[in-house]
Design a protein around this ligand. Sequence first.
Ligand code: ME8
Length: 667
Amino acid sequence: MSDKKYYVTTPIYYPSSNLHIGHTYCTVATDAIARYKRMQGYDVMFLTGTDEHGQKIENNAKAAGVTPKEFVDRIVEGPRGVKDLWKLMNISYDRFIRTTDDYHVAAIQKIFKEMYDKGDIYKGKYTGKYCVPCESFWTESQLVDGKCPDCGREVIDAEEEAYFFRASKYADRVRDLLLNTDFLEPRIRVNEMINNFIDCEGGLQDLCVSRTSFKWGVPVDFDPGHVVYVWLDALFNYTTALGYMNDKYNDMEKFWPADVHIVGKEIVRFHSIYWPAFLMSMGAPLPKKVYGHGWLNFNGEKMSKSRGNVVDPYILAEKFGVDSLRFFLLRTFPFGSDGNFTNELLIQTINTDLANDLGNLVSRTTAMSDRYFSGDLAQGGELTEADGELKALAEEVTANYERQIDAFQFSNALGEVWRLISRANKYIDENSPWVLAKDEAKRPRLLSVLKNLCEAIRVAAILVSPVMPDTADAIFERLGVPAGGRVWDAVAFDLETEGFWKTTSGAPLFPRIDVEKELASLDAILEAEKAKAAAPAKEAPKAESKKPEPAEVAEPEHLPQITIDDFMSVELRAAKVYECEPVPKSDKLLRIQVDLGYEKRQIVSGIRAWYSPEDLIGKTIVVVANLKPAKLRGVESNGMLLAADTPEGGASVIFLPDDVPAGQRIH
Ligand code: ME8
């Protein structure tokens, strides 16, 4: 095992609702770092997870009529939940921590007690302004226009008996850490932290680290009624997940201190001031670095559920491909600054950088290799001096790329790779292989031109592999690069390698996107979200205007009220039935094969008494697409079809008009 170790983390996200493109951005960036370090031979620990306690989760669970644990379980483990999203996005995390995990809870209790015993946590009274969504207390002077300085939302007055962490005691050491080391990057965030929180009026304030106003947290075991403040609970995840103060893992010695915590700029305060102070209190080593990345806005506005402008990574990844989305996020936005996400930009980037530049380079090269050499470039060739330029550029690009990724500048690093790709495209035009091909005497030269191109593409594929792992593999396959040529050790441009270049051509790696069509489709989705967000909760119809219910209809069940978000978490889709048959040995069940447009599914439904397969085949039905798979009579069912109860106790399947395309969302 390598003695080069690397420990990298994402924030642990709140599973208070489904994650969006902002969370995906941070996680994809962290994944690229982890993959890059693994590629360079490091033994990597990549940690992500969820921050599951706190008032917001308690409130949301209550509104949904479930326990907080049921609520977070659904968002973390359920269909299209956090773990599903990371699987879809090809996130190679090594460990996933949930702060409700027993070992973490027990460790937090020990940590809290130890800080209390040494006098760094003491009991007092808190009066202040509290932002519920951010779980943050603020002093009057910290508010901006009377609102939460982090998120701009309303704050409420709050007073409670509480435990405090003596942050003031560590102010000098934290200032020194921020000012005199590279602990916090980008550097521009340092002054902001020092001026606003350490050298501000009154200095660094002690931090309130317990709550009594709600229950959903780690209980302070020596003082019932108090729960540990969610940020103290959350920050220690980075160490408990390695085994700190618990026996579940034993990796502290190996991986702590962390090499870098990747976090969004709004939580830099917690990570660069309180986190080191907590660790100083516990006498534990400090992480080497905190990197505060910028925010993604959408069409110039902050993304927010209530504006209905939250970008859903699922929709984009399914439409345009996981690697394209990963690439777009890291190529487009300089990591330390804010960025403006637009669908136009996404589609343009895919069409230009991926379809035109990279995709075309691979297609042209493999097509010519096919045409002129039946895909076999292994033997022969004739180099000229001009080829040295491509090699020199590849070397320069590789060195710059490494420097940029080491500084978390993904956009610049990819920009470097695209210099090589553009140069290779130009090299094709300069060397005009189609002209060389007309002259038998120039075949050795033609072969070398194609080899040069393959080699430039191979180097580029290694460099893009942390960002687009599947694409890199697909390219290696097309070029016939053996395993030994796909690794960092082989990144040097070298035409002498043996056994390379049995190429195959295939469908374009990145089909061009029809801009108008896809923009219209994304706009329609956005408009629907906005309309939903803007729609006031529908008033119950007035008693006098209410139509009399038909006598046969049962009394409503008076289920708990749900929010629009709850309803939106049920994914209803149009599905085309293309096969249907009775489930053997069951007189109730039909096995129905449906096409959801983006995938095919089997569902099992107990409607055989009222429908024969012929009644359904070719029809468009409504399916709950994100229902947990279940087995009915041993047959797997991946979803449920919608049907109305009939007065006779039967079922009347809901059919949609035939022209509704498969996979359309229904709400
Ligand atoms: O803050 N643009 O969790 P969280 C870019 N549980 N990044 C964004 C973003 C956006 N619009 N929105 C979110 C918490 N992020 C705490 C963390 S860590 C010990 C506890 C990313 O669910 C960004 O990385 O609010 C941000 O810091 C993180 O998600 C916040 O996620």
